[in-house]
Design a protein around this ligand. Sequence first.
Ligand SMILES: C[S@@+](CC[C@H](N)C(=O)[O-])C[C@H]1O[C@@H](n2cnc3c(N)ncnc32)[C@H](O)[C@@H]1O
Length: 233
Amino acid sequence: MLGEQWLSGELVAMKREIIQTDDGSSTIYIPELDENYHSSHGAIQEAEHVFIQHGLKKMEEKGLSSISIFEMGFGTGLNAFLTKIRASTPILYVGIEAFPVSEGEVNSLNYAERIGGKHRSDFSAIHASKWSEFVEIDSQFSLKKVHQKIESYELDANFFDIIYFDAFGPRAQGDMWEIDILQKMYDGLKKGGALVTYCARGQFKRDLKSLGFEVESLPGPPGKREMTRAWKI
Ligand SMILES: C[S@@+](CC[C@H](N)C(=O)[O-])C[C@H]1O[C@@H](n2cnc3c(N)ncnc32)[C@H](O)[C@@H]1O
């Protein structure tokens, strides 16, 4: 599989491999960066913990009539798939992705087999859906996939209840964790909205605070001590 290199500012071929994580679910590994799309301790386990339990489910406690979600780094579509399956509230979901996975890669990922149940076909529906427009995967879940770099994208202001911030880690792609990107996230959130991420770096949390977020450190998924949830207050 060929991915694309962005760190140099030019798009060049970069190898991607499908590998298995410790919970048996697959992820993508980029040898050149020595970076996974998910935790090697468990892709599904991490996504359920960080984004579903501490993002979606926390927001559902508020009793909103619908929830809008922005995902930074749509990647394999695992977070969208889990959200579709786990949500008990209507969802409007926007996911941005600069370097979409290929059809071959999608077919090699085992998320639908591992957790799909009666929703097995949703994973393919999510990937088959058109880019750049809202598609009703069903009456409870509308999805817009945006094929663009976050650097040149403006989120609708004060629009989202939750941001799943799922960029590559600061070691592999430091630019994604800089203030200008975090400011975009802040601006896109509604008051009372929250950004959730697996990252718990000190500098990142200080930057969030400097933007006005109220920052919570929560227990991380297995293999990680902490994760972060940041509220726009
Ligand atoms: C940690 S991985 C994705 C994880 C993804 N949420 C999933 O569950 O598969 C980070 C993603 O960000 C994407 N990405 C990298 N740079 C980007 C940029 N400048 N703008 C938008 N997406 C970017 C990568 O291609 C990759 O899919």
